[in-house]
Design a protein around this ligand. Structure first.
Ligand code: O2Y
Ligand code: MN
Length: 639
């Protein structure tokens, strides 16, 4: 397959005129004619040509990202049955896609990191030897686009031309992916124009793996959701390349997201001295008009979108959304750590999103949305579990079958999704388009923990903050694989997304201390909205009330809120967390911060065992924090 594209650090940021989209028939050998094409970048052209030769599409279309192109593609998908247009009076400009039942989520077991040395991928990744994987991929991609159109999708992660933005080109045979990439990234002519000769870009090849013509010329009918039982989501972090085969769904197929912005970008970030993180990003304004920027990492099913679109219950506080999933954080020229959301849209989980849990998201979903695997109402609208308290009397479920409330099946798939432009979000901050991002004041690490982890704790310094990130864990919910309640370690919420050895990743986080001025380093907090009392009740109301925790964090940042010291970090001093009007029993508040030394000592043993898998690459400082915690707990410092 194609070797890595050479990287030239000099970037021409001269604005380029938009270029028209180009369409071409491929020649007999699948070789596109190159005249009249929208780029003269030889690296892009030869890679496109090589990929077309291998995959043998009927035609190659260069995407310009225009509304006209989006309209053409959605009309095409309505004709092919991939999209169902929704009732324009209920959900203007919106569509429903139903995936194949076996193509509904990221496939971690088929996600590969191909580094020359196995130990560089580490124990948390599926490692493959690069040349062997290239051979295997060449085999599956050969002829995989026969009878189809190959789309060339240039995109920018971050504002086009921004100092922290990065460019990519995805080749795909899925019009659903093209339409989704237009929403999720800055896609089209401006991005292509920015890829001037010598400008680095990440090449990403994607095929659903369902050719319409076989090697001896026999045709078959297309299906609404083409895919293949055999799947690959393959990353080559050393040459910064991505190949995805067999799936049309979400993180497997929209390659700007998890593949580029996390797995490949985390490896780039390590080499270049920045951080590519699985974090939401918000701007918080206090009643006194002080502005704070918070980044927060949560494993799945911990209310990440709810915090990204928080509507504070505390009077005078305002939260604006910059990102809901990924933050790239760079040491800025001002000595601060500056963060941007590299995406331009949201690919959020629909089930559980409702007017009572996330009204901002519900407003965001009023128009111009592609829904995938939700249920269809009889009047052409969408529904999913948690949208309303009462389900409709009849629906068509995510697989197109009749559904009634008593049928015993969910109407929407638990991983049903919406794809919508960030511009549709009522709480979107104008800073989403700030090319140099925003200064980060605090980083939060969350998890779903019934016991042990307090509602909020503040790290004493960067090292303890990194330890907090390294020890993130969450109890499994019914929607996740594995036994319900079982603890899953998910360091920095990056377990499936770190493109290299996790021990080196911890060390890289520690090294940020040497790259950012001490005064410019964010403070670090752990939060847990899910603590339960002895009787099994959730102790904290969550949702908009989480603004009380956000308030305490912001008051700590400005130096006006009190704290008391514990072995886990600083927690709010008595009376420092605003609980007015909450009607929380004193006992519940005490339990939210209770520290049981015996239970924690058992957790320390468990963490020691978990960290052992990182071997010699586990930084001594992490081991040191574990030892310090053990000492403080056994020395009776538990307060
Ligand atoms: O299942 C998928 O393909 C989507 S996974 C996803 C999508 C949006 C945001 N986060 C995630 C995730 O798995 O963290
Ligand atoms: Mn995510």
């Amino acid at each position: 397959m194609t070797p890595g594209v050479t990287v030239d650090p000099t970037r021409d940021r001269t604005p380029q005129p938009p270029v028209p989209a180009a369409r071409e028939r491929t020649g007999a050998a699948g070789d596109p004619r190159l005249e009249g094409l929208p780029t003269r970048n030889g690296a892009v052209l030869s890679w496109v040509r090589d990929t077309a030769r291998l995959t043998q599409p009927d035609e190659v279309v260069w995407c310009d990202g225009s509304q006209a192109e989006f309209d053409r593609l959605t009309a095409l998908m309505v004709r092919s049955g991939t999209l169902v247009p929704l009732n324009p009076e209920k959900r203007p400009g919106s569509f429903l896609a139903r995936s194949a039942p076996g193509d509904v989520a990221r496939v971690e077991s088929r996600t590969f990191i191909a580094s020359r040395r196995r130990e560089d991928a580490g124990p948390t990744n599926n490692w493959r030897e690069p040349e062997a994987l290239r051979e295997e991929l060449a085999g599956v991609f050969a002829g995989s686009m026969r009878g189809r159109t190959m789309y060339v999708v240039p995109f920018s992660m971050g504002p086009v031309g921004g100092p922290f933005s990065r460019l990519g080109v995805q080749i795909t045979d899925s019009p659903y992916v093209v339409a989704s990439m237009r929403t999720m990234t800055r896609m089209g002519s401006r991005a292509l124009a920015a890829i001037t000769p010598g400008t680095p870009f990440v090449p990403a090849v994607h095929s659903v793996g369902f050719p319409l013509v076989d090697a001896i010329g026999r045709s078959r009918e297309d299906v609404p959701w083409p895919c293949n039982d055999l799947k690959y989501v393959a990353h080559f972090p050393e040459t910064r390349e991505i190949f995805s085969f067999g799936s049309g769904y979400g993180g497997n197929a929209l390659l700007g997201k998890k593949c580029f912005a996390l797995r490949i970008a985390s490896a780039m970030a390590r080499e270049e001295g920045w951080l590519a993180e699985h974090m939401l990003l918000v701007k918080v304004t206090s009643p006194e008009q002080e502005v704070f920027h918070l980044a927060a990492a949560f494993p799945s099913a911990c209310g990440k979108t709810n915090l990204a679109m928080l509507r504070p219950t505390l009077p005078g506080w305002r939260v604006e959304t910059i990102g809901d999933d990924i933050a790239w954080m760079h040491p800025g020229p001002d000595g601060r750590l500056r963060a941007l959301n590299p995406e331009a849209g949201f690919f959020g989980v629909a089930p559980g999103t409702g007017w009572s849990t996330n009204s901002a998201a519900m407003e965001m979903l009023r128009e111009d949305v592609i829904f995938t695997n939700v249920a269809l109402t009889d009047d052409g609208d969408v529904w999913w579990e948690g949208m309303t308290d009462e389900p409709p009397a009849h629906l068509t479920d995510w697989q197109g079958r009749d559904w009634t409330p008593d049928c015993g099946r969910p109407a929407a798939h638990p991983n049903a999704r919406f794809t919508v432009s960030a511009k549709r979000c009522p709480s979107i901050a104008e800073e989403i388009d700030a090319p140099d991002g925003v200064p980060v004041d605090a980083i939060l690490f969350g998890g779903r923990r019934a016991g042990n982890v307090p509602l909020v704790a503040e790290a004493l310094d960067w090292g303890q903050g990194v330890f907090m990130g390294a020890t993130v864990s969450s109890e499994r919910t019914a929607a996740a694989e594995g036994a319900v309640g079982e603890l899953r370690h998910d360091p920095f919420a990056m377990l499936p997304f770190t493109g290299y050895h996790m021990g080196d990743y911890f060390a890289h986080w520690l090294s940020m201390r040497d790259r950012v001025a001490a005064a410019g380093l964010p403070r670090v907090y752990s939060v847990n909205w899910f603590r339960r009392g002895g009787d099994g009740r959730l102790l904290w109301p969550g949702f908009g009330e989480n603004s009380r925790v956000v308030e305490w964090i912001c008051r700590r940042l400005e130096g006006t809120a009190g704290a008391r010291h514990t072995p886990l970090g600083n927690v709010p001093a008595d009376g420092a967390l605003d609980l007015d009007g909450l009607d929380l029993a004193e006992q519940d508040v005490a339990e939210l911060f209770a520290l049981d030394p015996a239970a924690w000592l058992a957790e320390v043993d468990h963490l020691e065992e978990y960290f052992a898998r990182f071997g010699a690459r586990l930084p001594d400082e992490i081991t040191g924090h574990l030892a310090l915690l053990r000492y403080r707990l056994s020395a009776g410092q538990a307060v």
